[in-house]
Ligand binder design. Structure first.
Ligand SMILES: [Zn+2]
Ligand SMILES: [Zn+2]
Length: 138
């Protein structure tokens, strides 16, 4: 028996369990109409897709109908309780794109820190050079 690919798993899902579209989302406390099958456990297999690893499971029972936002959330990893970085989802919440709000905050903080250190580095005048601050103008 050959290992199931991502595509064949979704084919098998449709064949054995039908379409998930329109079924209530299986995420705790959600219930919005699903837009397809989503993985509800940690992925057991990975396939390369558009340069990034796509996680999936070959266990059909690991899939449940998920709405668009929960499908997006699952695509970014973690589990129902917390994101891959360990933010508790109930506390932090999720953006429309499915990203953890806690991670978003950390990303922007890290981005700002990088920008700041870049600015600081850039504003250090080297000896003998005319800096932007004095502009060389009198
Ligand atoms: Zn949902
Ligand atoms: Zn997070």
């Amino acid at each position: 028996m050959t290992a199931r690919t991502y595509g064949s798993v979704h084919e098998a899902l449709r064949r054995e369990r039908g379409s998930a579209v329109g079924k209530p989302c299986a995420a705790p406390g959600c219930g919005r109409p699903a837009n397809g099958w989503g993985l509800t456990t940690r992925p057991t297999s990975f396939s390369a897709k558009a340069g990034s690893a796509l996680g999936y499971s070959t266990d059909l029972d690991a899939y449940a109908p998920l709405c668009a936002s929960h499908n997006a959330q699952r695509d970014h990893g973690g589990d129902w309780h917390s994101c891959p970085r360990g933010h508790v989802r109930l506390v932090w919440g999720t953006t429309n794109g499915g990203h953890c709000r806690g991670c978003r905050r950390e990303w922007s903080r890290e981005y700002n820190a990088r920008q700041k250190s870049r600015r600081l580095a850039g504003s250090t005048p080297e000896p003998g050079t005319i800096t932007e601050q004095n502009g060389g103008q009198s």
